[in-house]
Design a protein around this ligand. Structure first.
Ligand SMILES: Cc1cc2nc3c(=O)[nH]c(=O)nc-3n(C[C@H](O)[C@H](O)[C@H](O)COP(=O)(O)OP(=O)(O)OC[C@H]3O[C@@H](n4cnc5c(N)ncnc54)[C@H](O)[C@@H]3O)c2cc1C
Length: 480
């Protein structure tokens, strides 16, 4: 199937004389009947917008990695992204730190390393590399361009501004996802689908079971509005550490009296004491809610933007060196950490993380700690509060298994990134971008190789997959 041939939509446009109005008219308005609970719309034919071997839904770090790696191994690939650009949270929520090291050596390489190198001047190696988990920071605006270049060079056909809104099955297999274009609903057909939506939209709509939130009350991790400042007077700030403490105390007191919004304490004090250059995203503005409820998401996103100006207004007024501080950028989206977790053949949990568990179907390594931001939005990381073991020993890492991306319901659907199969606790480790890119590379490669071999994803010889991943630069050691 040639994904690059003129699309069906273009064909329709041509048939209709190139006029969008004519296409809309050809589709016709939807006549429905209604009752008190809703509307009944008639069956209608959905034209095919495009088709490919592999359809990746969601253009965050996981989806980009999956799409590039599938395409490089010979698959015709389409990437669908609902926002105006690819990059997901890394770009559109200003989340700009990558973790590649187990604190002794770099153990996430492969596609992630390539993104680091392709990022060039937009990516900076941190001074303490590789002694901390965090090894690189990047300019989100620059990486927006770099990610798209990487997709284009791999031959991925990218459609932004299109959300996969429905999943269409024929029998047990996924046949298409439906998208809403400016000229009506269309289908995108594929042989294999990869759900990289972060929210597990495609899998959930296709009927794959999923979990949401923690066991006790169903709450998902708190969200954060990231922002960047300009106009700081670094020399002035450094001369006033006592003022930083005073302003911090003022924030705490006002908050406790109910006159100031929540904030992440440790981060706020550190930002007040040490000026950050404009590439640094301030990660201190927490809110809580349900990321799958659009109205609530709208409300809390606005609340978070208001909170950012409350912090900055106070700092401009009270903190020497912040008088000319301006918000240069805020996340286009609220930073969302956790949403649906689609149940897979394997489910990553806290013990698998902290005990550095190894798997025969490993596709790469992970090492980030159990890092749960309070679902009530206080900004605290709750696992640490409970004094439970939350980190792996230095120099150790766990395996990210292919099984957490495959499921028992739909053989031609995989899930990568933060919506892959994990418990609330396991998720809080594997959600970081580098770990999501590991999943993307493993699954994207598996998709292309299994198509070439004529077998389903779960049937492909995992040792052959691992051999290919190593050839492609993935660090993959200690496979049992
Ligand atoms: C505040 C905050 C700080 C964080 N700090 C770090 C950090 O320092 N380092 C780190 O590595 N990670 C960090 N994380 C976690 C990390 O950013 C995310 O978990 C990671 O981006 C997940 O990658 P992903 O590709 O799975 O999902 P996302 O980055 O969320 O990408 C999903 C993409 O899918 C698109 N999409 C959604 N639904 C649809 C649909 N139906 N159809 C088509 N497209 C769709 C979205 O628009 C988005 O572009 C942080 C997260 C937050 C919120």
């Amino acid at each position: 199937m040639n994904a690059n041939r003129p699309s069906r939509r273009n064909f329709l446009l041509a048939a209709a004389g190139g006029s969008l109005g004519a296409v809309a008219a050809a589709t016709g308005p939807l006549q429905a009947t209604e009752d008190s609970d809703g509307l009944t719309v008639p069956e209608r034919r959905v034209p095919v917008l495009a088709e490919a071997d592999v359809v990746v839904c969601g253009g965050g770090p996981a989806g980009i990695s999956a799409a590039c790696c599938a395409a490089r191994h010979g698959a015709k690939v389409i990437l669908l992204e609902r926002w105006p650009s690819v990059g997901g949270m890394a770009v559109n929520a200003l989340v700009n730190i990558w973790h590649t090291s187990d604190r002794v050596r770099q153990v996430i390489l492969g596609f992630t390393q390539e993104a680091i190198e392709r990022g060039g001047r937009f990516v900076r190696k941190l001074d303490h590399y590789p002694k901390r988990y965090e090894t690189h920071e990047f300019d989100s605006t620059g990486m927006r361009v770099v990610f798209q270049r990487m997709l284009d060079e791999a031959g991925v056909r990218t459609f932004c501004n299109l959300a996969a809104v429905e999943s269409v099955r024929i029998g047990e297999r996924l046949a298409a996802v439906l998208v809403d274009t400016k000229t009506g609903r269309r289908a995108v057909r594929g042989k294999i689908f990869i759900d990289a939506t972060g929210d597990g939209d495609v899998a959930a709509n296709a009927g794959v079971p999923f979990d949401f939130g923690r066991k006790s009350d169903g709450g998902v991790q708190g969200m954060t509005m990231m922002y960047r400042l300009r106009g700081l007077n670094a020399a002035e700030i450094k001369q006033h550490p006592q003022d930083a403490e005073r302003v911090f105390q003022l924030m705490k007191n006002s908050r406790d009296e109910g006159n100031f919004p929540q904030f992440l304490e440790a981060a706020a004090l550190s930002y007040l004491k040490s000026p950050r250059d404009p590439i640094v995203s301030y990660n201190m503005c927490p809110v809580a809610g349900n990321p799958l409820d659009e109205e609530e998401l709208t409300r809390i996103s606005h609340q978070a933007r208001e909170q950012v100006y409350r912090y900055v207004d106070l700092w401009r007024e009270q903190m020497p060196g912040f008088e000319e501080a301006h918000v240069e950028q805020m996340g286009f989206s609220l930073g969302i950490r956790e949403s649906r977790r689609v149940r897979g053949l394997k489910t990553l949990d806290a013990q698998m993380v902290v005990q550095a568990e190894k798997h025969s179907d490993a596709i790469g390594h992970g090492f980030w700690m159990i890092d749960i931001h309070d679902p009530k939005g206080s900004g605290h990381t709750t696992w640490v509060d409970q004094k439970k073991e939350h980190s792996l020993p230095e120099g150790q890492s766990y395996h990210i298994p292919l099984g957490m991306c495959l499921n028992a319901t739909i053989p031609n659907l995989a899930v990568v990134g933060r919506c892959a199969s994990s418990t609330h606790e396991g998720h809080s480790s594997v959600r970081v971008q580098t770990h999501c890119m590991v999943m993307g590379q493993g699954v994207g490669t598996c998709a292309a190789l299994s198509l070439a071999a004529g077998v389903d994803l779960a049937e492909f010889d995992v040792q052959k997959l691992q051999t290919q991943l190593r050839k492609d630069g993935v660090y993959l050691e200690d496979v049992p």
